[in-house]
Design a protein around this ligand. Structure first.
Ligand code: GLA
Length: 381
């Protein structure tokens, strides 16, 4: 019925997703299911073959996409890691080196040394550079609590954004201007806004103020609103998508200079409640506001998977490919960025063994193939 190989693959993927939603029967790994609520599907014969020698950035670029990853200066000083990174990445994201706590060791000065090092590294290797975050409730320095209050919060916010965005104007591709403003599961407000110091001191308009200030400081950068928990068909996921969409609609109707949504996409290999139709609908709604979409912090937590590495690697790779094959169908999605590249350096090390594309010795894993295959299937932008 599906003679064209791509159509056949897509159909197979849709069937696979239907399977994830419980509509077809697939092999289930007993080891995972015993005593657990959500089954993880394991396909021992699933094909992760990749054709050709091209790097991920080349495969992405062939479809008009950007592939990149987050890293900090101290890990890029490892030359083996840096070589792996520059081979595959078309974009370097500052993982922690541009957070408030890194550049603001005291209320009066700004230390751009690590960020500048990253910019130089990106330039030397022909990579785009991306900054995150200008405004966030976390990642703040210790002095923040003592120093910032109702009276001076606006001055601190405007000063920080202006100084930092101006410093990197012309070299930065995009900024997460505001990160994680919405936390439906923790918020008592109907708009789902998280109880951050910025909300407490400035009210909900801090978000708009942040975007307007960033646009003034760097009129060329792509300005992004970045958030999490947007991926699954769960009560939190559904409410978070609705709240984020409302916020974006409000910002757009106020003519706020915002250009894109960042979807963090910290996925969980054991979470099967992914609903392709809901995700497609959400992406379409965002795109119809005239916004681009970036997948900004992709990784796959492998907590609770079988001890067998080959088996758990297959499940992780499937999670990458199944998610991306849906998301990349939306042409407003312009970039896929992973939160780290090698399992040696990951924020997930407390609960995951192998969440990224390369192992701790910088060897490619099946997740790398999954990424390459997702780019292969993606329609051209
Ligand atoms: C959030 C933030 C990132 C990073 C990760 C993990 O997703 O947006 O900057 O801190 O948490 O640490």
């Amino acid at each position: 019925m599906f003679n064209h190989p791509i159509i056949a693959r897509r159909h197979a993927i849709k069937l696979g997703l239907a399977g994830l939603l419980g509509m077809t029967t697939v092999t289930t790994t007993e080891a995972i299911n015993r005593g657990r609520q959500t089954p993880v599907r394991y396909h021992p014969k699933r094909d992760f073959t990749v054709v050709g020698q091209a790097s991920l950035k080349e495969r992405a670029a062939a479809k008009g996409l950007i592939f990149g990853a987050a890293a900090d200066k101290h890990i890029l000083l490892n030359t083996l890691f840096a070589n792996t990174f520059t081979k595959d990445c078309g974009m370097l994201v500052a993982e922690n080196d541009l957070k408030w706590r890194t550049i603001r060791s005291n209320p009066h000065t700004f230390d751009f040394s690590k960020g500048d090092w990253l910019v130089k590294f990106a330039r030397t290797h022909g990579m785009l550079f991306r900054g995150t975050p200008l405004v966030w409730e976390l990642g703040l320095p210790k002095w923040f609590k003592k120093k910032v209050n109702h009276k001076n919060a606006e001055r601190f916010l405007v000063e920080h954004i202006t100084k930092v965005a101006k410093h990197y104007a012309g070299v930065v591709h995009s900024w997460d201007v505001v990160n994680e403003a919405i936390a439906v599961s923790r918020s008592k407000r109907s708009d789902g806004l998280s109880r951050s110091p910025w909300l407490e001191f400035l009210g909900e308009d801090y978000i708009e103020l942040a975007f307007r200030t960033a646009a003034k400081a760097d009129p060329k950068a792509m300005l992004v609103y970045n958030d999490r928990w947007l991926d699954y068909d769960t009560p939190v996921g559904n409410a978070q998508r609705a709240a984020v969409l409302k916020l974006l609609e409000r910002l757009k109707s106020n003519k706020t200079p915002i250009h894109a949504l960042g979807i963090q996409a910290h996925l969980k290999a054991r979470e099967t409640r992914f609903n392709a139709e809901k995700m497609r609908g959400f992406l379409k709604d965002v795109a119809s506001l005239g916004l681009k979409i970036l997948i900004t912090e992709l990784d796959v937590q492998d907590e609770g998977l079988p001890a067998d590495v080959m088996e758990s690697d297959r499940i992780v790779a499937a999670a990458y490919e199944d998610y991306l094959s849906v998301v990349l169908d939306e042409k407003a999605v312009i970039a896929v960025l992973t939160w780290g590249l090698s399992d040696r350096y990951t924020w997930l090390s407390r609960n995951s063994r192998r969440p990224l594309l390369y192992d701790s010795y910088f060897q490619r894993k099946l997740a790398w193939n999954a990424m390459a295959r997702a780019f292969e299937q993606a329609p051209k932008r």
